[in-house]
Design a protein around this ligand. Sequence first.
Ligand code: P6P
Length: 334
Amino acid sequence: DEQKSINTDIVTLTRFILEEQRKLGSRATGELTLLLNSLQFAFKYIAHTIRRAELVNLIGLAGVQNATGDDQKKLDVIGDEIFINAMKSSGNVKLVVSEEQEDLIVFDTPGGNYAVCCDPIDGSSNLDAGVSVGTIFGVFKLLPGSTGNIKDVLRSGTELVAAGYTMYGASAHLMLTTGNGVNGFTLDTNLGEFILTHPKLKIPKTRAIYSINEGNSHYWDPKTVAFIESLKKPQENGKPYSARYVGSMVADVHRTLLYGGLFAYPADTKSKTGKLRILYECFPMAMLLEQAGGRAVTDKGERILDLLPKKIHDRSGIWLGSEGEVNKFIEATK
Ligand code: P6P
């Protein structure tokens, strides 16, 4: 009956982060805990703003272009401002790299030992169609003795201390890793709390789903064309792969994390270095996938997290998902 189904011991994100901090014992300064709490406020406020967008007609072009030349939608600009203000007021963040900002932002407020890279509203081109979009983030600790400069973010993804995304769909889903596995939280709008709903999430080792924009196939490497074609043939079990592509990275990666499969945005003759940005799309998703037992590699099969970006908006081709599916790609195209 109703009584039995009520969980009287829910784990909120706040409680979860504090429990994680306690596990670290004296090594934990509590700073990352405070930073994650500022991040969760930003996600709650962006979720709230996106929900209202349809109502208060915020949707539509803001008439400006962002650093990477995408048409900027009003919500892109608002999401970016919400995020930057939440990071600045946290007192823990020294610098921010945002898809929406050409240069990195160094806060003049004293203190702050972290650098946050983010795409405030990834997939925003789908907003008007009500498709799920999301905020993707990666957190670096400043280099020893640094007061905050570009060297704190032009580094290997293996140095990230936290990464994840919040997908704004029917509910807001936050998938987070601090290097100790992946945990998923769902925003309860009545409580205003993210609740732990996917503890210790692991991606299935294989799944016959591939997720790629086949509209680019004319520009792909021939080996990529042959590999994707091979997935369309009946496999050992007599069935071909299913194709699933939303066109919003957060939505495509979220489905891949939960169901398994292979997501890819390869570099090609049209986008020679790929489309997705290393610092705030490839690195965070690669850390999440590896922490969930999956893989994330470049078109040549190298580990995404080992890349070293030279500029803050550098891009890379990316293949991520179930270990078995990424291995299949590497085997077929080496
Ligand atoms: P395409 C959205 O604009 C985005 O940056 C990612 O969220 C998404 O994976 C990709 O671009 C979609 O690109 O070329 O398939 O529309």
